[in-house]
Ligand binder design. Sequence first.
Ligand code: FAD
Length: 496
Amino acid sequence: MMNGEEYLSSLRSMKTVVYINGDVVRDYYNHPVMKPAVNTLKATYDLASDPELDHELHSLIVTDSDLTNGRINRFLKIIRSQDDLLARMKLQRAMMRYTGGCFGGRCVAGAVIHALWSVTYEVDHENGGKTSYHEKFRNYMKMAQEKDLAISGNITDAKGDRSLPPHRQADPDLFMRIVEKNKDGIIVNGAKLQQSGAPVAHERLVVPTTALGPDDEAYAVAFAVPGDAAGVIHVNDSACVNAKFEAMESEDIGNAAFGMHQSAHILFDRVFVPWDRVFLCGEWKASRDMVHRFSDYQRFASSACRCGYIDLCIGAASAMADYNGVAGKAHIHEKLVDMSVDSETLYGLVAGSAALSTATASGVPLPETLVINAAKLYMNQAILRTGQSLAEIGGGILVTRPSSRDLKIPKVGDLLLKYHQGRKGVDVEDRLKMARLSESLSGLSSATPILSVIAAGPPATQRLNFRLMTNFKRDRKAAERLAGISDQEIETKERS
Ligand SMILES: Cc1cc2nc3c(=O)[nH]c(=O)nc-3n(C[C@H](O)[C@H](O)[C@H](O)COP(=O)(O)OP(=O)(O)OC[C@H]3O[C@@H](n4cnc5c(N)ncnc54)[C@H](O)[C@@H]3O)c2cc1C
């Protein structure tokens, strides 16, 4: 496994094309807007290589591989059991509590890897051995584990007119598609938008974003390419949050090390993919299972991750309450307890989806659909409540604290410090630091609320599962029986 420094040098050795705010940036990994994403991924390597950093996280992040028979980073492990699912859940929460930042450059791949692992297995079986996608994907994962690569999972297409399938779009490239096949491989065109942490990962692992029909065969493509493959272009897309990182001193940015979510548009301009890295090529029927599985897996990961986020908010809120001298007040306690209830309820839902998981033919378990979709919907609201509670507990200082430059103005700076004192015995500068972290965590001035609600699919897609899978007929019969309405009457009504 790589350590953090080796990870950095591996990024330096790549020729990844990254644009930030209009400029191509060769050493993008040193750019202020990219640093949090780099640091967060670096932490996944540091924690794996150095147990002293955090013993709990180290034991969660290092695991065994049945592909290499060696020790690997859990972000690359193929989940085979409920225990593996639960371990992944614990890792997501602890990792987020440790960084408060997005490790999407590794985490989203989990969803894509497990969808592909199970779907390629089934497709090969249905093709009666005429295809060997699963074996190719297995070899790819073994290679990634041996080299300890960060894989960015790329799902979201440009999509154009959302009401139309890929083949009916005005521009054929609005969904990722095969433009050419030759004896060596395929050439693809398309774009994957809003890809968390993509530029700081080594690999791009691409799958279709939507269920496809028979006319969409060219769009049924799954493949992997290195991030610096010819024709792959990244454009950082967090422009409004970037401004803060470029304009402000690091002391004025809450969680400057890890704290900004970074994502990029990835443009694939006639990118060549050799056959050994093509994992689906025209199997449009498989796309339905693919979408269902990666959606549930990503909802699993992001819901577990947000438990760690709420934990951090509880920590920041209780520190602010203490610094402000209101730690013992009943309404503050109530809010902190409510935040904790949200975190544990969400965790319980994620754990429940693992406990009720079902195995696919490949052995990979799938989190229970309705439970994990309930978790994601619960999380959407919980994260907004959490931000509000944190702001309410911390006070107006979260958004109004003076900048570090103001604090350096002769005389005025000292006066500002004097008037920002809290409880006696608390260092005023600590209070100011915690206020800035709280402002950032609250999400009221960052991408977090939108990320939580929209990433891993907007709420309508989770609700759809309930419309399709809730057993309304069973529940209605149960209620009507209790009310003394006979079966015959029920059937009559259903016929009419
Ligand atoms: C910060 C951030 C990070 C992300 N990270 C990743 C990542 O790492 N990897 C990745 O692959 N993706 C990522 N995403 C993308 C994310 O999964 C998508 O944003 C999400 O799936 C919604 O797609 P969209 O943004 O194109 O919204 P749209 O699809 O445009 O949705 C907007 C609204 O239109 C509705 N709508 C859309 N289509 C239809 C339809 N056919 N019928 C009826 N209603 C419809 C939706 O329900 C929604 O309410 C990220 C997104 C964000 C914001």
